[in-house]
Design a protein around this ligand. Structure first.
Ligand SMILES: NC(=O)c1ccc[n+]([C@@H]2O[C@H](COP(=O)([O-])OP(=O)(O)OC[C@H]3O[C@@H](n4cnc5c(N)ncnc54)[C@H](OP(=O)(O)O)[C@@H]3O)[C@@H](O)[C@H]2O)c1
Length: 248
């Protein structure tokens, strides 16, 4: 066991769990999480580390102390701070780093997307014309819409939150994945005329995009923050084989 290479996987996505489990038989894996989720999915046969490292410097120190051979950043496409820290720490310690990121959703015929750089721009794009807006974004980002007086908001969260920072918002709870039928039902039931979402990519949350297309509902699509330069994989197979290549 002791002489197996040590791989650090920065996790928080289903792809991260898959890569960790694929590599666990061949390497010693530490699976790291920020600690935001109460009951996160965890990979079998891996060490789990919960909590931040203390910025890029703390991450670099931890990687040196634990002799990390390859760093896999498999965090969510919108987790920009940890992605930047991973790039800096890997460069500082001269450790191979691989970014695993699921492909973004692409606009197809029938979609009606407007693109926003961030939530603030998304709030501007909603403008004065929308009547009822479905905010399919994280709880932490809702406040960006609090300055808008006119539209009625529908907000969906996984956990029941008592304080939604948007007075009068309709609050629904639910854990995906949802079907296209369920998402179409939600859009129609509430008379949604704009959907705001981030381009997270992946199948698990895609049904709302398909439902918006089917119902002709416009989307304000918050585009992804740029990735740091470096090696990128968009699927688990690629990530596993690149890690093994680095260990040869
Ligand atoms: N952003 C999203 O929408 C989203 C969606 C689904 C899942 N997630 C997951 O939730 C976690 C946090 O996302 P975020 O957007 O809050 O990140 P972030 O803004 O990029 O990171 C903020 C800080 O959280 C710590 N951190 C983040 N990911 C970590 C990890 N995997 N292991 C250890 N520390 C981590 C780091 O703290 P230190 O500087 O102290 O090291 C980082 O500086 C990530 O694991 C991500 O994959 C995020």
């Amino acid at each position: 066991m002791a002489d197996r290479p040590h791989i650090l996987i920065l996790g928080g996505t289903s792809e991260a769990v898959d890569v960790a489990e694929e590599l666990a038989g061949r390497c010693s894996i530490t699976y790291a999480l920020a600690g935001r989720t109460e009951r996160p999915a965890l990979p079998a046969d891996c060490k789990v580390r919960i909590g931040g490292f203390g910025g890029a410097r703390g991450l670099a120190e931890w990687m040196e102390q634990t002799s990390v051979s390859v760093l896999v950043d498999a965090t969510h496409p919108f987790a920009a701070a940890i992605a930047a820290n991973a790039a800096t720490a890997a460069a500082a310690t001269r450790t191979p780093r691989l970014k695993l990121v699921r492909p973004a959703w692409m606009e197809t015929p029938g979609d009606r997307w407007r693109h926003a750089r961030d939530v603030a721009e998304a709030a501007q794009l909603i403008g004065d014309t929308a009547q009822t807006v479905f905010l399919a974004i994280g709880y932490q980002e809702l406040a960006a819409f609090s300055g808008l007086a006119k539209p009625r908001f529908v907000v969906r969260t996984i956990d029941p939150h008592t304080r939604i920072p948007l007075p009068g918002a309709i609050h629904v709870t639910g854990r995906g994945p949802f079907t296209i039928r369920q998402e179409t039902g939600l859009l129609q039931r509430h008379g949604i005329d704009v959907l705001v979402t981030r381009n997270s990519g992946g199948q698990a949350t895609h049904a709302k995009i398909a439902a918006a297309r089917d119902t002709g509902t416009p989307i304000v699509m918050i585009d992804r923050p740029p990735l740091p330069d470096g090696e990128v994989c968009t699927d688990t197979l690629c990530a596993v084989s690149r890690v093994l290549d680095h260990l040869r």
